[in-house]
Design a protein around this ligand. Structure first.
Ligand SMILES: [Zn+2]
Length: 312
């Protein structure tokens, strides 16, 4: 319709002339220049091609998205894709300190002394084979009023293991801890923490089969498993107080993800006994009195294990 209008017929030759003039000036010797839309016009569009062969593309995209979601569910500390987890305290004024990969004869006793000095109870996720090697440290942890959790017997990545193999790892760790405690059942672990935080859909059936009641994850990790200057860890732990500054949700029930931090720290190294954790000790010597002065309450993981979260 535009073509037949007088304006159209007058306008088009003028445009063509202008384009020729521009081409001659800009590209001397070139008689004609193609606009991109002219080049595209004679070729089948990407959309037309897609209409013909779209299904493999859709299937690949869907498979990619599913793989991405599964990967997130397997490694994210706060995902609950493969079952419920504890990953925040109930209130932003609460901190739960957790220590993994011990007991460690080079460090755990010093850490226990520091915690006692500040009257703080924490949770220790023990590797079963280390509990077997250092039973006196396991008893010391329990005697000083801390919680003990199950961190598997040999610290394997559980993601792709079958249910029975995960159950074996958890059961062996329970046995090692129980033996170290002299079968003192009050301190028996009720929670487990998957090594590296990795988990899959087969984790919960394994947990139920050995009588454990929950999965303890975290909201804050500080990469303290690498030996580093204490200042770096002190800086990372600054984030512990930040959650309290977040606005509380108005008019709705406060949910666990608005709570405070579960802090992941390490008193041991899953690869061997005797790890150097002086940076952890120094960073906690700095922060524990400051967190106390700021009014934080320290809770253990068993205190957080409300019926709504565990035992499903
Ligand atoms: Zn670990």
């Amino acid at each position: 319709m535009t073509k037949s209008t007088p304006e159209g017929t007058r306008h088009r030759p003028r445009c063509r002339n202008l384009r020729r003039e521009f081409t001659a000036k800009r590209y001397p010797g070139v008689t004609r220049i193609f606009a991109p839309q002219m080049l595209l016009r004679d070729q089948p569009s990407a959309c037309e091609n897609a209409r013909v062969n779209a299904w493999p593309l859709y299937a690949a995209s869907a498979a990619g998205a599913c793989a991405g979601i599964a990967a997130w569910g397997a490694v994210s500390a706060t995902s609950e894709l493969f079952g419920p987890t504890l990953h925040h305290t109930l209130d932003a004024s609460q901190i739960a300190l957790t220590f993994d990969d011990g007991p460690n004869p080079a460090f755990t006793s010093q850490l226990l002394n520091l915690l006692e000095r500040h009257q703080i109870q924490a949770t220790f996720f023990l590797v079963g084979r280390f509990a077997h090697a250092c039973p006196e440290l396991v008893r010391e942890i329990a005697d000083r009023g801390h919680n003990i959790g199950n961190h598997t017997e040999t610290h394997l990545n559980l993601t792709f293991l079958p249910v029975w193999r995960i159950a074996d790892e958890l059961r062996a760790c329970q046995d090692s801890i129980l033996r170290a405690l002299g079968f003192e059942r009050d301190a028996t672990p009720v929670l487990m923490r998957p090594p590296f935080g990795y988990r899959g859909p087969q984790l919960w059936p394994a947990i139920r089969s050995v009588g454990l009641r929950g999965v303890a994850m975290w909201s804050l990790k500080c990469y303290d498993w690498k030996v580093q200057p204490a200042e770096r860890l002190i800086k990372r732990l600054e984030r512990v107080g930040e959650r309290r500054l977040l606005p509380k949700p108005a008019g709705i029930e406060e949910k666990s993800h608005h709570g405070g931090d579960i802090v992941l720290l390490h008193d041991g190294d899953a690869r061997a006994l005797g790890a150097d954790r002086r940076h952890v000790l120094a960073a906690l010597e700095y922060w524990l009195p400051r967190w106390r002065d700021a009014g934080f309450e320290f809770v253990t993981m068993n205190q957080l294990a409300a019926p709504a979260i565990v035992g499903r």
